[in-house]
Write a protein that binds this ligand. Structure first.
Ligand code: FES
Length: 144
């Protein structure tokens, strides 16, 4: 069969799960004209057109329930990686750093980019990190 003849890509990058960047398109920002295109939408469109690694897709959704931290995004990459929500993002000033942070995330197997390799906005503007489902619980039967 033709499928059997297709070359296999066994590189570590090819084995990584896809990364999905979810951008809130309804986020507003203080000082931005309320009649103008929503900053969240601006950010979503900018990231969708950005030079991101293969395997990374961008989608827009209405509200991540992080409205007080607008603009906000969620970065996730399958069942093996930690996921992150970042906030207080500026669609213009932060675009290059967000792109760099996503690119670094996409190279990991577990979503944990070394601290010093994260863009400053990802170090300082994390709203939450969500563990992979397979991560076992801490022992809840023992006192700390
Ligand atoms: S409007 Fe963007 S998180 Fe709610």
């Amino acid at each position: 069969m033709a499928e059997d003849l297709a070359p296999q890509d066994d590189s570590p990058q090819a084995q990584l799960a896809p990364v999905v960047v979810t951008v809130c398109t309804t986020c507003r920002r203080e000082g931005v004209d309320p009649e103008a295109k929503r900053p969240g939408r601006v950010l979503a469109e900018a990231l969708n057109g950005a030079d991101l690694p293969e395997g990374v897709t961008v989608r827009g959704v209405e509200c991540l329930s992080a409205c007080s931290r607008s603009c906000s995004i969620l970065i996730e990459g399958g069942s093996e990686r930690w996921s992150y929500i970042y906030g207080d993002l500026d669609p213009e000033d932060h675009l290059a750093d967000i792109t760099a942070g996503i690119t670094a995330y996409a190279t990991t197997t577990d979503g944990l980019v070394p601290w010093r390799e994260r863009p400053v906005i990802f170090r300082k503007q994390s709203v939450a990190r969500i563990p992979p489902l397979k991560l076992p619980s801490v022992d809840l039967t023992k006192d700390d």
